[in-house]
Design a protein around this ligand. Structure first.
Ligand code: NAI
Ligand code: 15L
Length: 264
């Protein structure tokens, strides 16, 4: 690609993945609410509030691929989620439709299906069961991606990311963890395959403990290499074992399922 846009580039995933994604494009266009200043040679910065349609249109112009990390990444007040994850996603897809229909990676979340129990293995055909405002906004984003594929032929990889951090932080994350290397390898496959369509992919490493089945997207050729199990002894030592009836043990979405609505 000539230019790959990464939204939310100042956040956790943007910061960790931008150097790993550099080989995908001549230029990485990095965007967040404020300018990013520590730019490498092949990077440019363009600040933009995703809720601002005109700014998003200017942002997307000239990009041949988009990794959409930007938005509210946890539960929060509806007005914040609405601006970033609802209006922001519509703005992004409208801008992409009008500007060459670049392939998109949409950072969805396991919280789109958070209310499936951990003792049920789910694949990418299940009906969404979001666990709050945040999860609802991710279901909305998945619907936008699907509609723009069916109506306009735009290709999106909808990635229901589990927990993408340097290492699992608690017992639930032994199942939901995805390493940065595995995510970068997935995104590379997404941009490499000649035909993508609009698949839903669960974003998790090759964890021994798992409640997600990615066999319907085996054709992507993505083979995660890391395994949360390697951190079990550390997690056992560092964090208390949750009670058997704790939300973190019962629900795939863990504590998000117990969190109250965030009133304005
Ligand atoms: P993060 O919160 O660290 O980064 C998100 C970035 O989006 C922030 O830098 C923030 O400034 C920016 N942002 C928020 N509202 C914005 C707006 N209105 N306009 C422009 N930029 C805005 O989150 P993280 O962990 O990097 O996650 C990236 C994406 O992946 C998010 O969409 C999140 O929902 C999704 N995700 C991440 C998971 C993880 O384990 N890290 C798990 C599941 C989903
Ligand atoms: C998410 O969707 C969040 O963005 C991330 O911060 C984690 O909380 C993750 O889910 C998780 O479920 O562990």
């Amino acid at each position: 690609m000539k230019r790959l846009l990464i939204t939310g580039a100042a956040g956790g995933l943007g910061t960790a993945l931008r150097s790993k994604l550099a080989p995908l494009a001549e230029t990485l266009r990095l965007s967040d609410m404020t300018e990013i200043t520590d730019l490498s040679e092949n990077e440019e910065s363009m600040a933009c509030d995703l809720g601002d349609a005109a700014a998003v249109e200017a942002l997307v112009k000239g990009c041949d691929g988009i990794v959409h990390f930007g938005g509210k990444s946890t539960e929060g007040p509806w007005s914040v989620i609405n601006n970033a994850n609802i209006q922001g996603v519509i703005n992004l897809y409208e801008a992409a439709r009008k500007n060459g229909k670049p392939r998109i990676v949409f950072a969805s979340s396991n919280h789109a299906t958070g209310f499936y129990p951990q003792d049920q293995v789910i694949d990418n055909t299940v009906y969404p069961r979001p666990d709050g405002f945040y999860g609802i906004s991710k279901v909305f984003g998945e619907a936008v991606a699907t509609a723009y594929h069916d109506k306009f032929g735009m290709e999106t990889a909808i990635v229901r990311i589990g927990s993408c951090f340097p290492e699992p932080r608690n017992h639930r994350m032994l199942s939901t963890w995805m390493s940065y290397d595995d995510f970068a390898a997935m995104i590379t496959r997404i941009f490499d395959v000649p035909k993508l369509g609009c698949p839903i992919i669960y974003g998790a490493s090759a964890n021994t403990a798992t409640f997600w089945d990615n066999s319907n997207v085996a054709w992507l050729g993505w083979q995660p290499k890391d395994n949360g199990e390697d951190y079990r002894a550390k997690v056992d030592a560092d964090t208390p074992k949750p009670a058997p009836d704790a939300p973190d043990v019962i629900w795939q979405g863990g504590m998000f399922c117990a969190e109250d609505i965030h009133e304005e």
